[in-house]
Design a protein around this ligand. Structure first.
Ligand SMILES: [Zn+2]
Length: 237
């Protein structure tokens, strides 16, 4: 047997395997979300049609489809972030009902010198959370969403004298009137409070991630944000 041909064959096979695994690893399929919404009878907004909250899905070529965002649309979209963990989608829906926000899923959120932006929280009278779905592991996607909801919650707790706690009870906002740093100790503590319930969820994190996150959320003030890079790159902005 001619070894050259043998190795050439091997090379082609491994390239194909690489391509296949690339598609198998595709973290979240936007196409599948569109299909799922269609099955649910949730249609994109027509020109001029209004909706209090919106779900925007941007494709790789910049094309975008905007859906009205209600509880159903939110739940079934977020369910794609952690398909094996119903509890996660249920919990995210609870948080969304507490303070609703627009949701943007995009394959590109831009990048800075050192990091790719994977999540973004914005406020312009309404909250908007953008999530980069490209090349992101599912467990990390869940963390990005939690991270951005923590930004939203910090905004609520610094801007309103009274807010609702996670159990739905009206409380005095602990950080009211304070000018807190985007990723300072108050943020870390809110991020931990929001994320702690997810540690008991089955099929959400790998065991390694769970161990790491448990330590992280036990003393968020000490460890801040850096250790989360071990769970994949967590956005800084
Ligand atoms: Zn952030």
């Amino acid at each position: 047997m001619n070894m050259d041909i043998f190795f050439q064959g091997l090379f082609i096979v491994s390239v194909i395997a690489l391509i296949v695994s690339f598609f198998l690893d595709e973290p979240i399929s936007l196409k599948r979300i569109h299909k799922n919404l269609e099955e649910l009878g949730i249609k994109p907004l027509k020109k001029g049609e209004r909706s209090k909250y919106k779900l925007t899905i941007k494709g790789a070529k910049g094309e975008q489809v905007i859906y009205p965002l209600n509880q159903d649309a939110f739940y079934f979209t977020v369910a794609h972030f952690a398909p094996d963990c119903e509890a996660f989608a249920e919990y995210m829906l609870e948080l969304w009902c507490l303070t609703p926000f627009n949701l943007i899923l995009t394959t590109d959120l831009g990048e800075t010198k050192n990091t790719e932006t994977l999540g973004l929280w914005q406020w312009n009278g309404k909250h908007t959370i953008s999530i980069c779905t490209h090349d992101v592991e599912k467990e990390v996607l869940a963390l990005i969403l939690l991270h951005e909801i923590a930004h939203l919650r910090i905004h609520t707790l610094t801007n309103y004298a009274y807010a609702y706690n996670l159990a739905g009870k009206r409380i005095k906002s602990p950080y009211y009137g304070m000018n807190v740093k985007p990723h300072g100790p108050q943020f870390a503590s809110v991020f931990a409070e929001i994320s702690r319930p997810t540690l008991d969820m089955k099929n959400l994190y790998s065991n390694k991630q769970k161990r790491h996150l448990t330590n992280y959320f036990q003393s968020p003030k000490k460890v801040h944000l850096t250790p989360l890079t071990k769970c994949g790159n967590i956005p800084v902005y």
